[in-house]
Design a protein around this ligand. Sequence first.
Ligand code: SF4
Length: 348
Amino acid sequence: MVPDSKPVAQTHACDEPSAFQDALVGWFRREGQSYPWRETTDPYAILVSEFMLQQTQIATVLNRGYYQRWLNQFPDFAALAEATEDDVLRAWEGLGYYRRARNLHRLAQVVVADHGGSMPETLEDILALPGIGRYTAGAVLSFAHDQSVPLVDGNVLRVFARLFDYPHEVDQTEGQKQMWSWAETLVPPAHARHYNAGLMELGQRICLQKQPLCQECPVSRFCRTRRPEELPRKTKRRSTVFLDEHVLFLLEGDRLLLVQENGRRRQGLWKLPECSQDGREKLALLYKAKYSITHHRVTLHVYGGPGRSGVEGSWVSLAEVPALAMASPYRKAVDQLLSDAGDFQLNS
Ligand code: SF4
C-alpha cells in the first residue's frame, strides 16, 4: 500500500548506480519468480517467450500450455522455419495478435538462411532481424548471454517514471528517450540478466499500477515520487469503437463453407464468410457473441438457413476444420454451431 505521505528519496539512482543495482539484484535473487524461460539460456526459447508475452499475460502463456506446446512442436529455429504458415498460425491460435506468430516464423527463416540457424549475438545483428525491436533485442542478449544491454518495457517504464518522478508523458518521443537513457545508465556491466529480470519483476509484483507496494519495495530509498499512483503519465487512449460483424454458417453434408482472411491483422486465418444485408433479413440468427480487439468492441452475428447461392469460399471437410487456424471468436462460434448441428441430427 502507498502510505498517506510516502517518503521521498533524496538519493538519485543514477548517482549511486552500484547501490541501486545491488539492491535490485539481491532482491530478485531472493524473491524472483521461476518461469521456464528463466531456467534456460537458449536464445530461441527466450525469444519465443518474449513474442508470446508481448500482448498476452504470463498466466495464459504458461497455464494453458502454449509455451511448452510450441517448443514441443517447433523446438528450434530450423523446425519453425520449415513449418507451414497454417501450422504456425494453428499453434498460435487462442493467443491473438497473429502478426507476432507470422513475424516469429519469418524471423526463424532469416536466422536459418543468414545465420546458420543460430541467433546472432550482437545488438546490431539482432536489431536487423524482422519483428525485433530494441526491447526484445535487450531481452535476448541479457537473458540468454548476460550481456550488459538495457531494456524498457511497460513495467520498467512505470518503475522509472516513479523512481525519477518523471512528470511528462512517457509514450512521447522525449519520454521514450529519457526512459532509455536511464536504462542505459543503470544497466550493470555484470549480472545484467538478473538486473533486467528484477526490474521487470519489480513492475509486475511490487510497483503495481493501481496500488504500488512501496513498503515492500527493495529500491524505495531511491524513489523520488510522492504520488506514485499518478504516474506514469500517458497520452489519452483512443476511445472505444463499437462494430458489428455479420457472417454465415453454411453446412452441406460434412462440409463447411469458409474463407481465408486477407486483412493485415488476421491474414491467413480462416473464418466464416460474410453475410449480405439481404441474407441478414432472410436468414435465421443462429449465434451471437461479443469480443474485444484493441479498442474495438465487436458483436459477432452468425446466420444460417436456406438461400445460400452466390456466396464465395472454400468447402472444407469437417474432419479438416480443427486443423485450420482460426481466430478465437470464430473457433468458438464454429465449435458451438457444429455441436448444435450434431445434436440436431441426433435428435431428428
Ligand atoms: S519504485 Fe514503485 S513500489 Fe518502489 S517505492 Fe517507488 S513507487 Fe513505490
